[in-house]
Design a protein around this ligand. Structure first.
Ligand code: SF4
Ligand code: SF4
Length: 195
């Protein structure tokens, strides 16, 4: 009889514990139901990237003076600057320029140091190919400007979720002037104690 009662007691204890764990699991599920969605229905929806996003590099052939600063500041000496010395004008003449994005780490050093600003970082990140050699962009490919997310009629652009105002879960059709929940970079700097 005592053995039976002990078995009933153990069973009841385990049933309570199982109920407790199910409750804990469901509390996480219900908590997520109140959170803002973080899913982007790519490729039908795309995020508008930050202004400082470092995507595929854009190159302006006519502005390049073949100084090779971009090669020297690149951590892997990646840009290939192919030039000839023009004896008549006594200047370097650019023949070809290429960057292999299969190797580039998108650090932006070349863009930062180029003296003529002929390099810039674009918002293009969709660079996948079946053959990595196709990632070696020549000056023609580098000169192409990417299609902006906001101009693409096939895509619904979404504001970055971090920039949504507090309590807003749907990033579409936000009223003009709505403020994001977090602090802006300049506000964070203002809060820091002055040295
Ligand atoms: S640093 Fe700029 S101007 Fe100089 S070679 Fe590179 S891309 Fe051309
Ligand atoms: S972004 Fe960085 S790694 Fe890529 S080419 Fe420029 S300097 Fe080199």
């Amino acid at each position: 009889m005592l053995k039976f009662l002990k078995q009933v007691g153990d069973y009841t204890k385990e049933a309570f514990q199982a109920g407790k764990y199910i409750g804990q699991g469901l509390s996480v599920t219900f908590d997520h139901m109140r959170r803002r969605p973080i899913t982007v229905q790519y490729p039908y929806e795309k995020l508008i990237l930050s202004e400082r996003f470092r995507g595929r590099i854009h190159f302006e052939f006519d502005k390049c003076i073949s100084c090779e600063v971009c090669v020297r500041v690149c951590p892997i000496n990646l840009p290939v600057v192919d030039w000839e010395f023009n004896k008549e004008s006594k200047k370097k003449q650019l023949k070809h320029y290429s960057i292999d994005f299969g190797v580039c780490i998108f650090c932006g050093n070349c863009v930062e140091y180029c003296p003529t600003n002929c390099l810039s970082m674009t918002e293009e990140y969709e660079l996948s190919t079946y053959d990595r050699h196709e990632l070696n962009y020549d000056s023609v490919a580098l000169g192409r400007l990417p299609y902006k997310v906001t101009n693409d009629p096939m895509v619904t652009p979404l504001r970055e979720f971090a920039y949504l105002p507090k309590g807003v879960t749907d990033p579409h059709d936000l009223p003009a002037g709505s403020r994001r929940s977090g602090l802006r970079p300049e506000e964070i700097l203002d809060k820091e104690p002055k040295a």
